[in-house]
Design a binder for this molecule. Sequence first.
Ligand code: GLU
Length: 560
Amino acid sequence: MDYQKLAELLFPAVTETPEEVETKFQPRNLPEGAKVTRFAPSPTGFVHFGGLFPTTIGERLAHQSGGVFYLRIEDTDAKREVDGAAEGLIRTLAHYGINFDEGAVIGEDGTICDKGAYGPYKQSMRGPIYHVFAKKLVAEGKAYPVFTTKEELEALNATDKKAEIKAKDWHEDQSEQREKMLQARQITLEEVEENLKFGNPFVLRILADGDPEKKIPFTDLIKGKLEIPENDEDFVLLKSDGIPTYHFAHAVDDHLMGTTHVIRGEEWLPSLSKHIMLFRYLGFRLPKYMHIAQIMRLDENGNKKKLSKRDMGANMDDYSRMGYAPACVCEYIMTLLNSNYEEWHMQNPEKSYTEFPFNIKKMSNSGCLFDFNKLNDVSKNIISRMSAAEVTRQVTEWALQYDPEFGAQLAKDPAFTESIFAIGRGGKKPRKDLATWADAKPYMGFFFDGKQEDAYPENFAKADIKQALTLFLATYSPADDMNAWFEKIKEVARQIGYADDMKLYKANPDAFKGNIADVSMFLRVAVTGKLNAPDLYAVMQILGECCTRNRIESMIERLD
Ligand code: GLU
């Protein structure tokens, strides 16, 4: 067979040589040991929580080593593409502080464009490049066409599917299918010409030379030492519409774009032997690989399940709706990614996670377990260390979007809002009330609406409560410092026959109708409408005399 001639027949429009293409993608000028990583999503929907793993790892490895982290949109499967998904993806990642040095970006007109010298960064724009390398493989006898008729394709009504189905058949097949493959390899130039004359479409397949009995030793940076059986499947490189498969695009793009480390989901591990073969056929240096395990969750029965697309917590946009601060989610991801992160963070509470020396060796090679409780713990810690001004800014921004009425209340007087979030902040043991911005309303909404959410527990006599509130009002002065204020509450307790000291009460509970904590609770419910609320003295100070009095008075009336 004259392979050169075959290549000309199949790709008459390709005039560039691979060498000419290579000159446009010069090796990057980076310091020794610098890593080049990428995130390569298919724009088929939202960013999955699992997608933040390779992204965070890629970003960390590149930026810790003085390398480059870029974004490539893998849109070769038009059927699965969702309109606007690529733009959504870029925005979501930016929201989580994941910024790319180069790659696909959103331009001023809102559409995707390129930033960097290794583009286009959208695979659908790279058609001619793939064809140059496809032609080379054909010319070297390493790939061959398999023709179908248009009718056959139309019958399936899915150009891409056709190629996929065929690839699958050949793979799963035993002897009959293998026979088919060997026969297809025998195609003659005359047959090719004949098919082309009729305009019959073809898929381009690799001519595999592997023997699955033989194993290739391979080291995955997460999975460790592996033995990969050689590939003997003539898998598809170009689909019948000329668009590359993931395998082919992966080899061509990651080579030309200079990727040093491919970080991707472990679902690609079974395809690795194909990629090893492709890089060898193309004469490309194989990048290093990290295959990341699926994220797991616990189901109702406590069994580990894959965190699937439909599960709560899978869609990164849900986190925004739920009011998780991006920094909290990123921090949580770091705790899942590196086993020593939490310890480091405890020793360096003021430092950003970007200062943590991320280490591949500290990654678990089995699936991380996603858990909202843990996320909430991490989140509470982080928010508790934010400044009141920062909390005010983020809560207000969130509420204006997701709870506009509440947002407007917060935004009306930012200094007032900030004074509320300042309660119990700072110091060694800051309050940890908020895991999400959505927690703010139940925590401090009473400042604005004065709604009574909780009723008094039934074991207290209304008369006692009323008397306590009335007595307090009689002596209340907003000028009191905290001690003076508390002394007054103690006095109220004594006057209504409640213990003014907990020790005293515990030593002889029968001697009292109740205790100082109960009296404080009477006031708390009157002022905040809740049984649990932030420090009551601070609350009264912020509400001011008038509002505090009004609320207590209206409670007294209601108790009548
Ligand atoms: N587009 C592929 C995916 O979304 C990318 C895998 C890779 O990173 O190579 O699974």
